[in-house]
Write a protein of this length. Structure first.
Length: 86
């Protein structure tokens, strides 16, 4: 039987840019931690994030995803799984 990816109803309630292209992300159920994006900033949408001052402009969009002013965003479910060790 194939494993089904876990999805969560927990919402991102806090996102904070940290040095070294890391984000601190906190979910409504208490799951929280840092994710390292330093090796993942490639492609036309993510290249502007290589500028630390632009990377620091991260916020939570209306869908609950960490995002930046240029439209780049991250999938909350994937962040949640990574933080839980999945």
């Amino acid at each position: 039987m194939e494993a089904t990816p876990h999805t969560t109803s927990a919402k991102v309630i806090r996102v904070e840019a940290r040095s070294g292209y890391r984000l601190f992300v906190e979910f409504s159920d208490g799951v929280a931690g840092e994710i390292d994006l330093s090796t993942r900033l490639f492609g036309s949408m993510f290249e502007p994030l290589e500028d630390p001052s632009f990377f620091a402009k991260v916020r939570i969009d209306e869908f609950g995803a960490p995002c930046w002013p240029n439209g780049a965003d991250l999938a909350p479910d994937a962040i949640y799984e990574r933080l839980r060790g999945g």
